[in-house]
Ligand binder design. Structure first.
Ligand code: ATP
Ligand code: MG
Length: 302
């Protein structure tokens, strides 16, 4: 494993995965690894919350195990389930052999052979290369009972299966939780974690990110794209563009051989940065030109 002795080592590790992070974020990552605490990342959409878990896993050479949260997610989808279909087949086979009432069958039906491991249980298992990175993504989409359940699972890193007993992680996984803050996550869970708000990047940092993710874009176009997106984020929009949108847009412009932004080009490619019709409608007419002029003016000052 790569030794991470300093915050600079974390920076380098993430940079090696084309992930550009600011000092505050690399400090949180460093501390989380050092203290063995989960990282809780909140922020707008498309600012690199999920990506950091991926970059960390690849950089450290660990397996990434992802638990995608959604409304109604329950323990059976998060931890384990019994393979009901296979159990039925085993029962049928036993029936045919006349062994249906045997104690042995009962034990066999609830053995690991019929266990389907879901992300939380998988993350407790030893993995090649060391403890995995467990990404619990978009936690705000689940409900409170699941959060309470998670709190318990994260506090002792063990899972109890009534028929099998307790399975404990020999080494706890590196846990990254993310939330888009569509609702507040409970304090008790937050308290267990190191918290970081992932904000939109500064102009300079977004240029760096674009350079890392779309290196084929010329500096002049990258500057215009980032200045425009940064200006756009100051407008009153239903959904502001994230970093993901900046990168997508630059790639679209490259595919169209655009060298420099114009109001016409912006109007034709707006779907790459704005995803709501109301927002797109707002930029019709002279608005795109006004924002572009402001963006260009900000570049001249810089
Ligand atoms: N700091 C960064 N360095 C490099 N790439 C970044 C960075 N931030 C964002 N990106 C790029 O933006 C894309 C989207 O990021 P990601 O999926 O992590 O966003 P998110 O915050 O999880 O968004 P959502 O809330 O919508 O899930 C990534 O695939 C990556 O290419
Ligand atoms: Mg995400």
């Amino acid at each position: 494993m790569t030794a991470l002795e300093t915050i600079d080592d974390v920076d380098r590790l993430l940079a090696g995965q084309n992930y550009v992070c600011d000092r505050a974020l690399s400090t949180v990552v460093f501390l989380a690894l050092r203290l063995g605490r989960p990282i809780f990342l909140e922020g707008e959409a498309g600012v690199g919350k999920t990506e950091i878990a991926k970059a960390l896993a690849t950089g450290l050479g660990r397996r990434l195990i992802r638990l995608q949260c959604y409304e109604g997610l329950d323990a059976s989808s998060a931890v384990y389930e019994w393979n009901f279909a296979q159990q039925m087949i085993a029962i049928r086979a036993a029936e045919a052999a006349g062994e249906v009432k045997s104690e042995a069958l009962n034990t066999a039906l609830f053995s690991e052979e019929f266990l389907i491991e879901r992300p939380l249980l998988e993350a407790m298992r030893p993995q090649e290369g060391g403890p995995p990175v467990l990404l619990i993504d978009e936690l705000d989409r689940t409900d409170e009972p699941f959060e309470a359940f998670l709190l318990e699972a994260l506090s002792d890193f063990q899972v109890t299966i009534p028929e099998l007993g307790t399975i404990a992680a020999s080494e706890p996984p590196i846990v990254v939780l993310t939330s888009n803050r569509t609702r507040e996550v409970h304090d008790a869970l937050k308290r267990r974690c190191l918290y970081h708000w992932v904000d939109y990047p500064s102009f300079e940092r977004e240029i760096e990110i674009l350079h890392a993710r779309a290196p084929e874009a010329a500096a002049s176009l990258s500057h215009e794209v980032v200045a425009f997106v940064q200006q756009l984020r100051t407008e009153d929009l239903f959904k502001k563009p994230g970093v993901a949108e900046t990168i997508d847009w630059a790639k679209c412009l490259l595919a169209l051989d655009v060298i420099s932004l114009s109001p016409e080009v912006i109007a034709d490619t707006l779907g790459a940065i704005l995803k709501y019709q109301d927002d797109i409608a707002k930029l019709q007419g002279s608005e795109a030109k006004r924002i572009l002029d402001e963006a260009k003016a900000s570049l001249e000052i810089a």
